[in-house]
Design a binder for this molecule. Structure first.
Ligand code: NIG
Ligand code: FE
Length: 439
């Protein structure tokens, strides 16, 4: 059995296996002068979420964490050694809410908001999601793949080793399936593990204006959901539950229909208005409720009762210039908060999850330690993968990143500079950046 030993680690971040509840997210072990041993094995092959043809992951479970601890206690193993150069080592980041597959850009809306319009006003005036829908409908699968591939490469370079990607800019059966097909192809072309989510219910397209229920009939038809299940085109479904999109009752219908076909439930909840979306999430036991800028006490109680992961997207409120979700209140309620970029061309044109973590620190008053738990094991829990990725534990998949700074605090204290030196995906070197001697 081959192994790889990482040495010269100034701080090893021992993220426990989550979901970690809010009040415990600020405490975990950090080992100074540490080492990690990765074993490269073909035992325990992990199951590809994308099934046959899904690519790389189906080839066999590759690297697992076999040992970690103080360097002086490190058992010697044959095989190569990687020098972490006195940097900090932690689990690869998990971006559990993105819209990375899209075409076109919307910088005109960015400028209109600066001039005084709101996101909702722009959507009502014909801008917003529908603009991206026109661009996506005009694109081929190959075109969508070509646009998304460099985005994923940059995300990887920022330390992200797992990314959830939603459809939702096709808004017809044909174009939604095209988006899901693009995600499937992207899985075979680059090392990040992709988790596909069906967001057919993002908004009602122009041709169904004022007939949202008829639109839902089309995208929730048995043959469509059956195909998504049989071809494993998506693992989750999502719905935008909002005054400008779908009501609570329509959202319930979307999620329960998709659940019958095995798709886990996610909800864009309480983003712009409080209409009861997080209460619905709790009631149906959604895996996650995302956004939550406008969550109320009843919503918080519902998420707790339903065992839902709150996924906060501080890059979005930062980008739109609106108040952030009440992160401290959710942490105090002991909910296992997760963080993600919500990378999309309308409300969060931000690929960098580390930047989003720094925003969570300064704008939501999450500590760097809490932010890292939120973007590793808790984000993995929001994708039902906390037993395999996101934690520093023996047996976990070896998705690790090496920073060119000695501590987490130093990392998030420098927003906007990429401090990631090395990315290891399933035990294999995926990124090795040349960086200056910053440490
Ligand atoms: O998560 N809220 C809905 N969907 C996206 C925005 C999509 C868009 O504006 O293109 C979001 O913020
Ligand atoms: Fe989103």
């Amino acid at each position: 059995m081959e192994s790889l030993t990482i040495v010269n680690i100034a701080e090893l971040v021992v993220v426990p296996q989550g979901p970690v509840p809010g009040r415990s997210m600020g405490q975990f072990q950090r080992i100074a002068d540490a080492a990690v041993i990765i074993e490269l094995t073909r035992e325990n092959p992990s199951v590809s979420p994308l099934g046959k043809g899904g690519g790389r992951i189906a080839e066999g479970g590759r690297g697992r964490i076999a040992w970690f601890g103080r360097r002086r206690d490190c058992p010697s193993r044959s095989g190569p050694t990687l020098d972490a150069g006195g940097g900090c080592v932690l689990p690869g980041l998990v971006d559990c809410h993105t819209h990375t597959v899209f075409a076109g850009t919307r910088e005109n809306e960015f400028v209109r908001r600066i001039e005084g319009k709101t996101y909702e006003q722009i959507a009502r005036e014909g801008g917003g999601i529908r603009v991206t829908v026109d661009a996506v409908r005009a694109a081929s699968v190959e075109g969508l793949v070509e646009l998304a591939l460099p985005r994923l490469q940059r995300m990887l370079e920022h330390g992200v080793t797992t990314v959830e990607i939603k459809s939702g800019y096709g808004l017809s059966v044909e174009h939604e399936l095209k988006m899901l097909e693009a995600i499937r192809r992207l899985q075979g072309l680059q090392p990040i593990e992709l988790v596909p989510t069906y967001l057919g219910a993002h908004t009602t397209p122009g041709e169904f204006d004022d007939r949202p229920d008829a639109y839902l009939d089309s995208i929730l038809a048995d043959d469509v959901l059956g195909r998504i299940r049989d071809e494993r085109l998506a693992e989750f479904c999502d719905v935008f539950c909002e005054t400008t999109a779908f009501t609570v009752e329509q959202s319930r219908r979307v999620l329960t229909s998709c659940a019958r076909y095995g798709l886990g439930s996610k909800i864009h909840a309480d983003q712009l208005n409080q209409i009861g979306a997080s209460r619905l999430a709790g009631e149906i036991g959604a895996v996650s409720a995302d956004h939550l800028e406008k969550i109320d006490d009843a919503g918080i109680a519902a998420l707790k009762a339903g065992g839902c992961i709150p996924v906060l997207l501080p890059g979005c409120a930062f980008f739109l210039g609106v108040p952030q979700a009440p992160a401290r209140k959710l942490l105090e309620a002991n909910l296992p908060v997760a963080l993600a970029t919500d990378f999309n061309p309308g409300s969060s044109m931000i690929e960098s999850l580390p930047l989003v973590l720094s925003i969570a620190c300064t704008q939501m008053r999450m500590t760097p330690t809490e932010a890292v738990v939120a973007a590793t094991t808790n984000a993995a829990a929001a994708l039902r993968r906390a037993d395999r990725i996101g934690a520093m534990a023996v047996g976990m998949q070896a998705d690790l990143i090496v920073l060119d700074v000695p501590t987490l605090d130093r990392w998030l204290y420098e927003p906007g500079r990429n401090c990631v030196r090395t990315v290891i995906k399933e035990g294999k070197l995926a990124v090795q950046r040349k960086v200056g001697s910053r440490i």
